[in-house]
Ligand binder design. Structure first.
Ligand code: FES
Length: 571
């Protein structure tokens, strides 16, 4: 066992005052020098996404004690994408990821604990935990909390994705509010994350592919013996990790990030994984450019499994076929076998004992479900530092050209779709929603879901600097960077301007003459500071661009933004 930072010198003030506190908690003398493990429980009573984590935290603690450690449950702020999104146009969601990172830092570094087991569930919690692990670099295992059961409505399966997209059908009168209410009442049948390949499940996959979970931890049901046994095993294993001094930055190397990016592409995971993984890399200070990894691999990695919303497969079918490990097996020839994992074994060793249980559910690079690309980074005059589009199983190239319809709020766009002021062929520009403009990255996801619900998902394009849900799909370019609030061209678009989106050239361009763009740029003024106070005001002052993961890590002198590729196409 290495010398533990948590064992203070007897007779010093930190030793004395902490001992007094802990003796009052009933901690026996014999436990005082054991490895002290934070069991990070990111949950609350606000959402079913994490309503089971209190129970799992108790199981992790049993495992820690069994292995000779001393566990302390730590509670953090707990965002839920479908509950915490109601206020301030969902601006708290991404900003809360970073609040969570700092929350963990304060507790773990303040108390000088030796390791962490992080209980992750909803969309922002897994990236928040990975970012905290990368920043603090204390031995860490992520325990992903599993997916929720879906329900049955009118003899058909119904899940949260059906609910999410049905709002559009209510807007245009094809579905009654009563019918939607009945769907809501049965769609989620237990704790755990949204059942499709949305952001939560994608980030669970990414955490396992990065090597930060125990093998087989992602894409499992939130209820049952497997999740409990993995939680117990994580509690036991973390004590070994502390003894071995295996730290997150030893695990999350460039090879591990490449494994994670390839796996996320193979499942056509949420577009949000791009910024989250970049945020983890930025926190790890390892120089890994996740955008470059996506760019490099997106044209090569095909779709190996088509879980909803990418295709008809349900996540429980993928689980039965072998889950994340099976997908990694299908990619085996591309994977970095030397990448280490928190299990103590390498990715290659784990893949050697993995089999794909159902090739109809999980394909291989040679026999995929659909050709590459599943996700595509686009550049061009409207996204000089990148934007991202989900292609899923759509296949083939796509070229969309149409007139811009510009909105500065999602509510304005929702109203326009309800009033039928947006129609087939339009390119809706939703802007001013980025990290600084929001502030905090406002959501464009309800609008995108609503146009799908209205049956216009393939007929209307969307270009936005706001955030999307992992369940969104269609002709949508999200996370456009630079954002409008910092002078990005998206802020100069006017109604009626022609915009092109071309997957063959991976570009998104504004077709306006240079002279006119210059005229608008000369007249452009940065937006007035918002009236935000509190956490969003702090976030606005510190946040870096989406292309750097939208982290709130203040720059040091000489710590300049990385240069992103600029595609000169379009004007
Ligand atoms: Fe929490 Fe989907 S809203 S996982």
């Amino acid at each position: 066992m290495p010398e533990l930072r948590s064992n203070f010198t007897p007779g010093t003030t930190p030793w004395a005052v902490r001992r007094a506190q802990w003796r009052a908690l009933g901690i026996p003398d014999a436990d005082m020098d054991k490895p002290k493990i934070a069991v990070v429980n990111t949950s609350s009573e606000l959402s079913s996404c994490f309503s089971h984590l209190d129970e799992l935290a108790a199981v992790v603690k049993e495992g820690v004690r069994a292995a000779g450690g001393l566990p302390f449950e730590i509670r953090t702020t707990a965002p839920s994408d479908f509950v915490t999104n109601a206020g301030r146009q969902a601006r708290y969601l991404l900003a809360t990821r970073d609040l969570l990172v700092n929350d963990i830092e304060v507790v773990v570094e303040g108390a000088l604990l030796d390791g962490m087991v992080c209980l992750s569930s909803c969309d922002k919690t897994t990236p928040g935990h990975l970012m905290a692990a990368a920043r603090l670099n204390v031995p860490t295992i992520v325990v992903t909390g599993g997916y929720q059961d879906h329900g049955i409505h009118r003899d058909e399966p119904v899940d949260i994705e059906d609910v999410f997209e049905s709002v559009g059908a209510v807007s245009d009168g094809r579905l009654s509010v009563d019918e939607l209410r009945r769907m809501c009442d049965v769609a989620v049948c237990g704790p755990g994350v949204c059942a499709g390949m949305g952001t939560a499940n994608t980030m669970h996959v990414a955490a396992e592919a990065l090597g930060m979970t125990l093998p087989g931890a992602s894409l499992i049901p939130a209820r049952g013996e497997r999740v409990r046994s993995l939680a117990h095993a994580a509690g036991e294993r973390i004590v070994g990790l502390v003894e071995e001094d295996l730290r997150p930055r030893d695990v999350m190397t460039e090879g591990a990030f490449a494994n994670a990016v390839r796996t996320c592409l193979a499942v056509c995971g949420s577009v949000n994984a791009l910024r989250h993984l970049q945020g983890v890399a930025t926190e790890a200070e390892n120089g890994v450019d996740v955008y470059a990894l996506y760019e490099k691999w997106s044209r090569q990695i095909p779709l190996l499994t088509a879980v909803r919303p990418n295709g008809p497969i349900r996540v429980d079918e993928l689980d039965r076929a072998g889950g994340t490990r099976a997908v990694m097996k299908g990619l085996e020839r591309w994977q970095d076998p030397a990448a280490r994992t928190v299990s103590g074994r390498t990715a290659g060793e784990l893949l050697a004992e993995t089999a794909v249980a159902d090739p109809a559910v999980v394909g291989t690079v040679d026999e995929p479900h659909a050709p590459a690309p599943t996700l595509l980074l686009l550049y061009g005059s409207l996204a000089r530092e990148g934007g991202i589009m989900k292609r899923g199983a759509a296949g083939g190239e796509l070229r969309f050209r149409g007139p811009a319809r510009v909105f500065d709020t999602q509510d304005g766009a929702m109203e326009a779709i309800r009033d039928r002021r947006i129609g087939s062929g339009d390119v809706v520009v939703l802007r001013g929603l980025g990290p600084q403009g929001g502030p905090g990255v406002a959501s464009a996801s309800w609008f995108v879901a609503a146009i799908h619900g209205a049956g216009l998902g393939e007929d209307i394009a969307v270009v936005t600097d706001g955030q999307l849900s992992g369940l969104n799909h269609g002709v949508v370019v999200g996370q456009v960077c630079p954002e409008a609030a910092v002078g990005g061209l998206i802020g100069l678009v006017e109604d009626g301007d022609e915009i092109t989106i071309d997957t063959a050239t991976a570009t998104v361009d504004l077709l306006v003459p240079d002279a006119e763009v210059e005229r608008r740029r000369a007249a452009w003024k940065p937006p007035e500071p918002t009236s935000e106070r509190g956490w969003l005001a702090i976030y606005q002052r510190l946040v870096r661009p989406l292309s750097e993961g939208a982290v709130i890590v203040p720059r040091r002198p000489g710590d300049e933004p990385s240069a992103r590729p600029v595609v000169p196409g379009g004007s």
